[in-house]
Design a protein around this ligand. Structure first.
Ligand SMILES: NC(=O)c1ccc[n+]([C@@H]2O[C@H](COP(=O)([O-])OP(=O)(O)OC[C@H]3O[C@@H](n4cnc5c(N)ncnc54)[C@H](OP(=O)(O)O)[C@@H]3O)[C@@H](O)[C@H]2O)c1
Length: 163
């Protein structure tokens, strides 16, 4: 199963100045719960922002300029290579923009946390996608001063054109 996990603002921002432009207690809990024991694929900049491999899961960093390796840490030079390295566990594409854009056409599920904030001058957006290709399940609301809602997009079963 190939999945994608992201949090985006009301105006579709996911990053600003190399960081996620909000801090909300509990917002990243779902990321940890879903990805622990599985595989996380992320772009080089996102990995460098975190600064270390995420524990108890396989970290695959996609980069054409650098090589990272270590315990539960490998580098791939393309999304395709990353998927090949992932093996049979659940795979979570964790951003940023380029990997999301490339993966949106092949993911089975997208965990999108909709953060109730407008970010001015965001420099990294979540790519546009055709929501009609997915069923949408709305989940819990959480947060403090800034609220968020969990949503899950599940790809609709493709109908075989020949039938
Ligand atoms: N809100 C969220 O859920 C969320 C999630 C993730 C990230 N973010 C934010 O998004 C921003 C970072 O995202 P970003 O889009 O700027 O960068 P990114 O995707 O994290 O990293 C981009 C780099 O990844 C490598 N890369 C990506 N696709 C590749 C491919 N197909 N083949 C080879 N290399 C590839 C390249 O590294 P090389 O230059 O080394 O070749 C590229 O420069 C930060 O602000 C971060 O906080 C937010």
């Amino acid at each position: 199963m190939i999945e994608l996990i992201v949090a985006r603002s009301k105006n579709n921002v996911i990053g600003k100045n190399g960081q996620i432009p909000w801090r909300i207690k509990g917002e990243q809990k779902q990321f940890k719960e879903l990805t622990t024991g599985n595989v996380v694929i992320m772009g080089r900049k996102s990995y460098e922002e975190i600064g270390h491999p995420l524990p108890n899961r396989k970290n695959i960093v996609v980069s054409s300029s650098k090589n990272f390796d270590g315990d539960n840490l490998v580098t791939a030079h393309s999304l395709k290579e990353a998927l090949e390295l992932a093996g049979n566990q659940d795979i979570f594409i964790a951003g940023g923009y380029g990997l999301f854009k490339e993966a949106i056409g092949i993911v089975d599920k997208m965990y999108i946390t909709e953060v109730d904030i407008e970010i001015e001058d965001g420099d990294t957006l979540f790519p546009e996608f055709n929501s009609e290709e997915f069923d949408l399940i709305e989940g819990e609301v959480g947060g403090d001063e800034i609220k968020y809602r969990r949503t899950l997009y599940i790809r609709k079963t493709k109908v075989n054109d020949n039938e």
